[in-house]
Design a protein around this ligand. Structure first.
Ligand code: SAM
Length: 195
């Protein structure tokens, strides 16, 4: 689970993220990764599930992917992460390899809007962490890849109320879903697909 290799990569990425923020680098040059507590939360969602298939939209350099992959390693499963920035793709590969998690996580390089229609798999958990203006459309595409009982987790719904308050409101008003905002870190919308 959280062995020394995984911990070493997570701690290094946390140091790099802090340094990038202190230097004031523009967002596109930073990892923009989730908080460590959100990482633990993601781990705790997937680790108790048997053969948990995870789709991640927005892999960046692999910080959240490492948490998710370490989680699915517990009872089996796999993480498929999509990332379109070539520099992030390269770093993702290196970080997941360094963490010893290559057997549990795979990256597809390219734009999620192009990649998703080509993916035939069915997922138990979707982690949505891409550009905020795209959440509605990405949710619609991801919903075609899940069955009732699946969980969609969207980050930043409290840190970016414009435009994501309407994302949460739409999920919570949809009778085919059960959705709740969890006020952890930047705010997570947890949406269970009912039918
Ligand atoms: C907030 S960061 C993801 C952070 C990552 N989940 C983590 O915690 O380590 C968003 C990432 O999504 C990627 N991205 C945004 N829109 C995308 C799209 N349409 N297809 C693929 N990747 C996308 C960006 O390049 C960026 O690396």
């Amino acid at each position: 689970m959280l062995d020394d290799r995984v911990r070493a990569v997570l701690e290094r990425l946390e140091r790099e993220d802090a340094t990038e923020r202190e230097r004031g680098l523009p967002p596109e040059q930073r990892a923009r990764q989730v908080e460590p507590t959100t990482g633990r939360f993601l781990f705790s969602l997937v680790a108790p599930q048997t053969d948990c298939e995870v789709l991640e939209l927005g892999g960046s350099r692999g910080y959240s992917s490492v948490w998710l992959a370490a989680g699915v390693r517990n009872l089996g499963g796999r993480v498929l992460s999509l990332e379109r920035d070539p520099a992030k793709v390269e770093a993702w590969q290196r970080n997941v390899e360094d963490a010893g998690l290559s057997d549990w996580a795979e990256l597809r390089a390219g734009d999620a809007f192009e990649q998703l229609p080509q993916i035939d798999d069915v997922f138990d958990v979707v982690f949505l962490d891409a550009e905020k203006d795209d959440y509605e459309e990405l949710f619609r595409l991801a919903r075609e890849k899940v069955e009732p009982g699946a969980l969609v987790v969207a980050d930043n719904v409290l840190s970016h109320p414009d435009p994501l308050a309407s994302y949460s409101a739409a999920r919570q008003a949809d009778p085919t879903l059960l959705s709740i905002t969890v006020p952890l870190d930047r705010g997570l919308e947890l949406t269970v697909v009912l039918r």
